[in-house]
Design a protein around this ligand. Structure first.
Ligand SMILES: Cc1ncc(C[n+]2csc(CCOP(=O)(O)OP(=O)(O)O)c2C)c(N)n1
Length: 567
């Protein structure tokens, strides 16, 4: 292995320059896992006065999920790192999710030395080719002198336009090479997102306003872009002005306080219900905002039905409006600036209307839910779990939901009070096992509020190792496991779409509370619905990590939030 080289007083080592550049961009936390090729970087982190906290994780996938959860709740770039070879292939799932969810995370994988390339060196891997299709920006460094400008480019790419993930490969010998101190500088505003916002074309703002003035039943469908850009205030003003309901995607939860009259809740095939679908179908003008109008939100582009409503599409990415629906007005720009421009142009306008229909549909939806949520049936119904948490959780709580039962049920029925990021799920790829690590990153980003992660037992099996991290760091997070010994969402698909020909979806029962206890987590196992609330309260008030294992009715036996599974 190469020895660190002596560098002159006017120069830093490459590893030191990386640390300085992260600091200059306002990075406060790095999530990651050590390896041979990372030794110079770790040594720089150990030696230097930088104030950056390093969180040692138990695998790189979870380091990336932690960086993702951290970024979502702080609005700052999340940073994760890992070594070469397996460190790169393991970090990749978290990078893809963040990139597709427009969450800026920077992953740094150290790499074999430039001088060792092409010699069958252990862990050698083409990181450039591997990461290219999965990130917004990526690079492999060849010399230390390129470190400052490369990191500046990475932060700029991650936080401007549609935010996304970046990957940097940092070879061993590059970490030891010289970097001029005078070259180490940054624009710290690029450490947060969205940076360098761009506004819409006034011509299209006028056109959109004209359409909205004529609308009989305008409706907003908001995605994560509204929350990312912090456009909640502008959205509420506009929806009040137009007397228009605001529906959201799952990632858009938090765009509006879900307890307010204008909120229509989550729509689509993973969290929408028949009632929310009826609200979409009644619209004559739909404003998609910060939302890609993808397959889940629109139930495979059927709600709204093409041609049934005029479409105004707001998105920061010019490639989004018109991709899935014929758009009447494309508004390209930052969601907050676009909505603010519409408010300005519609300054003297107020639509007379009422929200009776929306209110009636919401009532219908919650009447059906409440009846099930009150049930004392065993195994415990998913609705009961959601209702108990709705009742108990403080309004500032951050709830992270995994796929399986948690995502559709909590999207549909868990009501976010107040606007802003308080709920999220990994909606881009929906990989099981995201919530535990993402909740840990979220807690580190926003330590003053309670954080709860809800996962299926399928997910638990994919992330359990990180319980050690939670215990080591004494993170006061409550992990809720929906335990049903089945890949329930898929079994439900086999029930509704394949004549109940169940195949290879059931697995064995695990006592997750006992597993958690073995890690040192305070744990509870809930089988009696009458005691569930008390157990959750106890776990939430504990000062360290807790886990509540809830023996639940499997999804294929429960009333699903939507009548149809849509692939
Ligand atoms: C990594 C990964 N593999 C497979 C899937 C496909 N998948 C979607 S939901 C699901 C079942 C989830 O099971 P579980 O976590 O036990 O929750 P449940 O549906 O039973 O509530 C599966 C396998 C996935 N989303 N992610």
């Amino acid at each position: 292995m190469n020895k660190p080289v002596e560098v002159q007083a006017t120069a830093l080592t490459g590893a030191e320059a990386v640390v300085e550049m992260l600091k200059a961009h306002g990075v406060e936390v790095i999530f990651g896992l050590c390896g041979d090729t990372s030794l110079p970087l770790y040594d720089a982190l150990a030696r230097m006065p930088h104030g950056i906290r390093h969180i040692l994780t138990r695998d790189e996938r979870h380091a990336a999920y932690m960086a993702d959860g951290y970024a979502r709740v702080t609005g700052k770039v999340g940073v994760c790192e890992g070594p070469s070879g397996g460190g790169a292939t393991y970090i990749l799932p978290g990078l893809v999710e963040a990139n597709e969810s427009s969450v800026p995370i920077l992953a740094i994988n150290t790499d074999v030395s430039v001088s060792s390339r092409g010699k069958f060196t252990l862990t050698e891997l083409d990181q450039r080719a591997l990461m290219k299709p999965l990130t917004k920006w990526n690079a492999v460094l060849d010399r230390a002198a390129d470190i400052p400008r490369t990191l500046r480019a990475a932060f700029e790419a991650m936080t401007t336009g549609r935010p996304g993930a970046a990957h940097l490969a940092l070879p061993f010998d590059v970490q030891n090479g010289p970097v001029e101190r005078s070259d180490v500088w940054a624009d710290p505003t690029l450490g947060s997102f969205p940076s360098r916002r761009t506004g819409p074309d006034p011509f299209f703002v006028e056109l959109a306003a004209k359409l909205l003035r004529k609308a009989q039943n305008p409706l907003f469908i908001c995605g994560g872009g509204v929350v990312i850009s912090g456009a909640e205030h502008e959205l509420l003003s506009l929806s009040e002005r137009l007397c228009a309901p605001v529906a959201t995607t799952i990632s858009g939860k938090g765009a509006i306080d879900e307890r307010c009259a204008h909120s229509a809740g989550v729509v689509g095939s993973n969290g929408g219900t028949r009632e929310t679908r009826a609200i979409v179908d009644a619209a004559d003008v739909v404003v998609f905002a910060g939302c890609r109008a993808g397959s889940v939100t629109t139930e495979r582009w059927r709600h709204p039905a093409p041609g049934s409503a005029k479409i105004i599409h707001i998105d920061v990415d010019p490639a989004v409006p018109g991709r899935n629906y014929q758009v009447d007005v494309p508004l390209v720009g930052d969601a907050r600036l676009c909505l603010a421009s519409l408010n300005e142009v519609l300054d003297n306008y107020r639509r007379e209307g009422d929200l009776t229909f929306v209110d009636a549909k919401k009532r219908e939806k919650f009447e059906a839910f409440d009846a099930l949520a009150r049930s004392d049936d065993v195994p415990i119904k998913p609705e009961r779990v959601v209702a108990e948490l709705n009742r108990i959780l403080d309004k500032d709580t951050i709830l992270v939901a995994d796929p399986g039962t948690p995502c559709p049920y909590f999207s549909a029925f868990y009501q976010v009070s107040g606007a802003g990021r308080r709920f999220f799920s990994n909606r881009a790829h929906g990989a099981l096992g995201y919530a535990m690590a993402a909740s840990m990153g979220a807690h580190i980003g926003r330590p003053g509020v309670k954080t709860v992660a809800v996962m299926g037992d399928g997910s638990f099996g994919m992330c359990v190792g990180e319980l050690e991290t939670a215990v080591r760091l004494k993170l006061p997070i409550t992990f809720v496991v929906i335990s049903n010994a089945v890949y329930g969402w898929i079994k439900a698909g086999q029930k509704t779409g394949y004549g109940q020909r169940y195949f290879s979806v059931d697995f064995g029962v695990t006592d997750h509370a006992k597993v958690a206890e073995a890690f040192g987590v305070r744990a509870f196992r809930a089988t009696d619905p009458a005691r569930l609330g008390e157990m959750l309260k106890q776990s939430l008030s504990h000062s360290g990590p807790t886990l509540v294992d809830i023996v639940c009715q499997p999804l294929h036996e429960a009333r699903a939030p939507v009548s149809e599974w849509v692939a």
